[in-house]
Design a protein around this ligand. Structure first.
Ligand code: HEC
Length: 264
């Protein structure tokens, strides 16, 4: 094949990959922003699948660029050696040897990245899906059917909070792994009523009617960054608003739910 035709084809492929990356990047940023993966789709593809196309386009671009550089290798080596003239007595740069060195350096780079990422993967203490588990799974805490639950977006919109229906499911989904029957981190249990209302280290987690005095709110809003596992305590703005409203409304916790025994 004619060399300049080959160059043209390679450049067209590069442009196609670049446009595909930009187009899918737009989809991932605007029409399907983060956290819409389970709930929305575009032309029957989820955010996750658009993300896969995005990364394949970027790998395609990388491959095309490698071919591009290979086609211009002789030129690149000549330009670089002209820019940095070799000192007297050393051999002139040979494209073949420079190619081997470059490929070896790239392999080391890619290999180290692979090793570092594989070794760095850790299992989450709380799986993400547990944090976002649908509240229907906590139905045993509630006497109210799921469909009549208010859709909460901020404190002002919450009409009225029900402990069993709204609050306990949050503790069940986000806290009980570390503060429940299995583990009792800091000797605190979310299924033990008294732990919320009694003095701990000079502070009370929940002071009914008084969110500002309630130590729990800075903990779950991530303000106490010096705390161990501060990130594990950070709840969504919706859940924080819900718990704040619950406290504001008097932090009702029916006595029949003491010690994690919901009404059957
Ligand atoms: C990944 C495990 C983990 C999760 C999940 C978790 N915590 Fe904790 N929690 C801890 C640890 C560890 C401490 C001790 C922190 C320290 O001493 O700095 C703690 C401390 C606390 C304390 C202070 C208790 C005391 O008397 O010192 C409260 C209150 C608390 N957590 C409430 C919660 C609530 C409410 C949730 C759910 C929104 C939650 N935690 C989720 C691990 C966790």
């Amino acid at each position: 094949m004619n060399r300049s035709l080959l160059n043209l084809i390679i450049d067209l492929l590069a442009a196609t990959c670049l446009l595909a990356m930009a187009a899918t990047g737009y989809v991932l940023r605007f029409p399907l922003p983060p956290s819409t993966n389970r709930t929305h789709e575009l032309w029957s593809l989820s955010r996750h699948e658009w993300g896969a196309i995005h990364s394949w386009a970027s790998l395609g671009l990388l491959a095309v660029l490698v071919v591009h550089v290979a086609l211009h290798w002789q030129w690149i080596v000549t330009m670089i050696s002209r820019r940095f003239p070799h000192t007297k007595g050393t051999a002139p740069v040979r494209p073949g040897r420079a190619g081997v060195v470059t490929v070896a350096a790239l392999l080391v780079l890619v290999g180290s990245w692979a090793a570092v990422t594989h070794l760095g993967v850790r299992e989450r203490e709380i799986p993400l899906h547990a944090l976002s588990a649908p509240k229907d799974e906590m139905e045993n805490w509630s006497n109210t059917p799921a469909t009549t639950r208010p859709v909460v977006s901020n404190a002002a919109e919450i009409i009225s909070v029900d402990f069993g229906r709204d609050v306990m499911p949050v503790f069940e989904a986000s806290c009980i792994n570390c503060h429940g029957p299995e583990k009792q981190r800091a000797n605190f249990r979310v299924d033990r009523r008294d732990d919320f209302f009694s003095l701990r280290d000079g502070k009370i987690p929940v002071v009914p009617d008084d969110p500002d005095a309630s130590w729990l709110l800075p903990i779950i809003s991530g303000e106490l960054t010096e705390m161990k596992s501060a990130e594990a305590h950070r709840l969504t703005p919706e859940d924080i608003a819900l718990i704040e409203t619950w406290i504001l409304e008097g932090a009702d916790w029916p006595v029949d739910r003491v010690n994690g025994s919901p009404n059957p």
